[in-house]
Design a protein around this ligand. Structure first.
Ligand SMILES: [Zn+2]
Length: 194
């Protein structure tokens, strides 16, 4: 059954190591003004994770330009946090996907297991079905997926495309990395036609 997360703390440690790589790449690129980037992580209180979630999940990796007069913040993409959503990114995907398919899991069951209330779960379904397909990210990125991912079954179709085979850690890592461009500030903005 691939519609689940790997058990154990090593999975969350693995995702954190991907975030460290993403942060290191961003740090090397420096600020657009040319200034060096200094560590300026900010606190997070993610929900939905296991009790043994690594302590590193209490903050989001982020940087600040060292130059006076600039001090611009650079927040690299993340496979742990989906933008400003309170729940861990993997849960925002997984729980919405579990509501779909031939034998959808009940809201009450998901709510008991992950602690997300009914309204939150409904919001995520609306997010994947209506908001996410309208992001510039998805309009470009979907063409990179083979086979084509069905829009009307998002996000389950995404999990099926990525988690079909192979090691579950690696597969989740790839799915979250694929989605990581929407995790940065502004990454979920949608195009409004005027
Ligand atoms: Zn700067």
């Amino acid at each position: 059954m691939y519609h689940d997360l790997p058990r154990g703390a090593s999975f969350w440690q693995f995702l954190f190591s991907i975030d460290q790589d993403l942060a290191e790449t961003a740090r090397k690129q420096a600020c657009p003004c040319g200034g060096r980037l200094h560590c300026a992580n900010y606190p997070r209180k993610p929900r939905g994770g296991p009790d043994n979630l690594p302590a590193e999940y209490r903050y989001r990796l982020s940087f600040c330009c060292e130059r006076d007069g600039c001090r611009k913040r650079t927040t690299p993409p993340s496979v742990r946090f989906l933008g400003s959503k309170v729940y861990l990114g993997a849960l925002v995907i997984l729980i919405a996907a579990m509501r779909q398919g031939p034998s959808p899991r009940r809201v009450r069951e998901l709510s008991n297991r992950f602690g997300a209330d009914r309204r939150t779960i409904m919001r995520w379904q609306v997010f994947w079905q209506e908001h996410f397909p309208r992001t510039p990210f998805w309009k470009v990125a979907r063409s990179r997926l083979v086979p084509v991912v069905e829009m009307d079954t998002l996000p389950r179709s995404l999990t099926e495309a990525f988690l079909r085979n192979g090691d579950l850690h690696q597969a989740w890592g790839k799915l979250l990395l694929f989605l990581s461009p929407i995790s940065i500030p502004g990454g979920l903005a949608i195009e409004v036609s005027r």
